[in-house]
Design a protein around this ligand. Structure first.
Ligand code: ATP
Ligand code: MG
Length: 757
């Protein structure tokens, strides 16, 4: 099989997260992503298992390293990539305008990749290759055009073939030198890969048909015209063949053409038919546009086959349908429940993302009003910052951002309820606006609590009026973003953070109360002109009889919730959301889902599992080194909690000794508020570093983390402290995942409209 080569620019792309006009104000950026049209092309060739290499230059810097590593890891021969000291790697800053067009700030011609030369290594690569691909974007200087022409002539004289993607904007093609270089390439190439109007850009002919005749007349063997979402059309001397595109949600069009071209060329070189090659190429372009980041969407044959066969790849859905489908989709479709991960702890978020990747689902992650709000909350994070933190973790794990659904929990006046109602609601409005603007899709409007001078729990009509007020703001902000938020309402909402008092008597929501709440909200939303928001309400928070306090867990008793569950039948398109499902036994979670309590929120139960694992590791460290006890993790956490008792004091009752036990080990998991402090973070890191350095004897895993031991013993689980701690959290989440799938597996009808896949 002939080796494929290309030459041209390698760069990093850094993308603005918000739409806007230029780069004249500070904006949030994400990146660097490996990029450059030839680099994307060759990475895609490598992913298909084809021998290949690229001739290019990078600087001796991290941007260069990043590209070398990615290309090398994916199987590209990188010997002809010169690392040039004294030059920086090329870069492009990209910003989307409101129209969807892109704005760039480039550093390419003056960067390392403007210096590409035919070095000895480059000549060697060209000598080995049987096909050379040229991207028009690389012909940006006389020097590069000349060098490219030399390379093309060399490959042709060895009997190799050439493909050419003009990849060019109309304005650039008017430059006479660039135009001449493009025309030369058109004459030299065997396969021409224009997109849309590029077909007629280099011809005298102005209609597509005439252009095709003219180009074939130049000796070009095949023309493949890329038509975006529509797919592509192939032309040669024998005729034409069109192939439709794959329907996907376009997230990032950059690189689609390069992936398409690379896949088409590789398939043809491997002897596949035009028809099959076009189909693979369309699948490749579709995957590329569906994944953010220019080179992030390159595909293996297995991934392309999955898309072609309509099967879902684990961890990569076409979109997080969770919220899209919540309402009004066909009954019986999709999983029946959804786990809502309510934690801002980065390790919990990572565990949730990793679990979703291995389950092949999307992941719903929610932040709570006290944790994350426009003023920072107790984590110090705004909705944008929290979103970015989640996205960074997803990027590190390699999980597609589009499979993450973000939610805002208990959005309402709660953090400001000590203020007069008007002031507290003003803050709530600002918070809701910040969440929606940051792209959160699931918005829980919780306005049931009284503010200064009001009763603790407000009447339905007042709650609904206030919720409508927030919905109006959400709707207005959403109109300026690409998100269509879904809402959760309900007045039977436990206080954020769990019950502070011992639970003596837990009322199950009465069906009449559900009907009244819904009615009050319908009316209030209509009065506020927010009917559309009411249509976007997907769930109602209810209390089916599950709760926990410091020492006790109230386990779900289906018979107590029977009437409530039956009330769902009167509310087509809606599901129930349940808070405080932490610590429920697996069979109770499954039963909740099958009874229609489809959204299961879990938070403290996850940080609790993480704390258990960290404390177990702490014990292991102490066994390995008795002097560890002096600065053990638990001792550090105790110091932290005693120095700042605000988060545990009112929850952990009793004598000092039992208070100590409760603040570390209580179900309320008050310790979770302390993990974000820098002292705690350092203590955790010290523990993980220490055990990473010394290693962990397996027999101590058996002693202190017995549930993980069988997997460690069999080699299924890495014996690194971080992996073990993450796995402890994942084990809780996998019980939830099983509960959410359970009813489907049993063949019972599923809850209408819920789908995480
Ligand atoms: P680039 O911006 O990377 O230069 P291009 O303009 O060369 O792209 P396009 O026609 O935009 O090429 O896309 C190339 C191929 O990718 C299409 O032929 C199609 O197979 C696929 N593709 C592009 N956009 C979509 C989409 N929205 N949905 C599905 N497939 C798409
Ligand atoms: Mg293109």
């Amino acid at each position: 099989m002939p080796k494929v080569a290309t030459l041209g620019e390698i760069l990093v792309e850094i993308v603005a997260e918000e739409r806007g006009h230029g780069f004249r104000q500070p904006v949030q950026l994400v990146g660097p992503f490996p990029s450059g049209a030839p680099a994307i092309f060759i990475d895609q060739v490598a992913k298909l298992g084809q021998a290949c290499g690229i001739i290019s230059c990078v600087g001796d810097d991290d941007f260069g390293w990043l590209n070398l590593k990615r290309l090398g890891d994916d199987g590209v021969d990188v010997k002809a990539i010169e690392v040039l000291p004294g030059f920086v790697t090329g870069s492009a800053f990209v910003r989307y305008r409101d129209s969807g067009d892109r704005d760039f700030v480039y550093n390419i011609s003056n960067s390392a990749c403007g210096q590409v030369r035919l070095t000895d290594a480059a000549a060697e690569l060209l000598g080995e290759c049987g096909h050379l691909h040229v991207s028009g974007a690389s012909l940006f200087s006389a020097h590069l055009s000349e060098m490219t022409t030399k390379a093309v002539e060399l490959v042709k004289s060895n009997g190799g073939s050439i493909s050419f993607d003009p990849n060019i904007r109309k304005e650039v093609a008017r430059d006479p030198e660039v135009r001449a270089a493009l025309e030369t390439m058109l004459e030299y190439c065997d396969t021409f890969l224009p997109s849309g109007e590029e077909l007629t850009l280099l011809t005298r002919a102005t209609t597509p048909e005439a252009a095709i005749r003219e180009i074939l007349g130049l000796g070009v063997t095949a023309i493949v015209v890329k038509n975006g979402a529509e797919g592509a059309t192939y032309h040669d001397a024998n005729g034409s063949l069109s192939a439709p595109g794959y329907p996907v949600d376009e997230l990032d069009p950059t690189g689609a053409g390069d992936c398409f071209g690379a896949t088409f060329i590789t398939c043809r070189l491997q002897g596949r038919s035009v028809e099959e090659s076009l189909d693979y190429a369309n699948a490749s372009g579709a995957r590329a546009v569906g994944i953010r980041g220019p080179m992030e969407g390159t595909s293996s044959f297995a991934q392309l086959d999955a898309l072609r066969s309509g099967a879902q790849e684990p961890g990569r859905m076409t979109r997080p349908r969770a919220l899209v489908n919540f309402r009004g989709s066909r009954a019986g479709v999709g999983p029946t429940g959804i786990t809502s991960v309510c934690s801002a702890h980065p390790m919990v978020v990572e565990a949730a993302i990793r679990q979703a990747a291995s389950d092949g689902t999307s992941v719903l992650i929610e932040a709570t009003c006290n944790q994350v709000n426009h003023q920072g909350g107790y984590t110090g994070l705004t909705p944008v910052a929290f979103r970015d933190q989640v996205h960074r973790i997803a990027d590190q794990v390699g999980f597609p951002r589009r499979d993450i659904v973000l939610g805002g929990d208990h959005l309402g006046p709660s953090p400001w309820r000590h203020l007069p109602a008007e002031a507290a609601l003003g803050q709530a409005e600002a918070m809701v606006a910040a969440y929606v603007a940051a792209g959160y899709e699931k918005i829980h409007l919780d306005t049931s609590m009284g503010c200064q001078g009001e009763p603790d729990h407000l009447p339905d009509s007042v709650t609904a009026e206030r919720a409508a007020r927030l919905a109006v703001i959400a709707q207005a902000v959403a109109a300026d973003t690409s998100t269509a938020p879904r809402y959760v309402i309900g007045t039977e909402v436990p206080v954020p953070g769990g019950a502070a008092e011992e639970i003596e008597h837990l009322e199950v929501t009465r069906p009449e109360a559900v009907a009244a709440t819904l009615q009050a909200h319908r009316r209030a939303f209509a009065a506020a002109g927010a009917e559309a928001c009411f249509e976007a309400v997907i769930a109602l928070v209810v209390q089916p009889g599950v709760e926990f306090d410091d020492r006790n867990v109230v386990v779900y008793q289906p018979e107590r919730a029977r009437e409530l569950a039956a009330a769902l039948g009167e509310m087509p398109g809606l599901v129930f959301e349940v808070h405080s499902t932490d610590y429920q036994p697996p069979e109770s979670l499954a039963r909740l889902v099958s009874d229609g309590f489809a959204i299961l929120k879990v938070g403290p139960g996850l940080t609790f599992a993480l704390r258990e694992a960290l404390y177990a590791l702490d014990h292991i460290a102490a066994e390995l080194d008795p002097s560890w006890c002096e600065h053990s993790l638990m001792a550090e956490m105790e110091d932290e909690m005693l120095a700042n008792p605000g988060y545990w004091q009112s929850h952990c009752r009793g004598e000092p000794d039992s208070q100590r036990v409760l603040r570390h080990f209580g179900y309320s998991d008050r310790i979770r508020y302390y993990w974000a402090s820098s002292a705690s973070q350092e203590a955790v890191q010290r523990l993980l570093d220490r055990l990473t350095r010394t290693g962990i004897p397996k027999s101590l895993i058996s002693q202190f983390l017995p549930t993980l031991y069988p997997r460690v013993a069999s080699g299924a689980l890495d014996l690194t402290p971080r992996t073990l701690a993450l796995q402890a959290v994942r084990d809780v989440l996998s019980v939830y995942a099983a509960a959410c799938r359970a009813t489907r597996a049993m063949g019972q009808p599923s809850t209408p409209g819920i789908g995480l896949s």
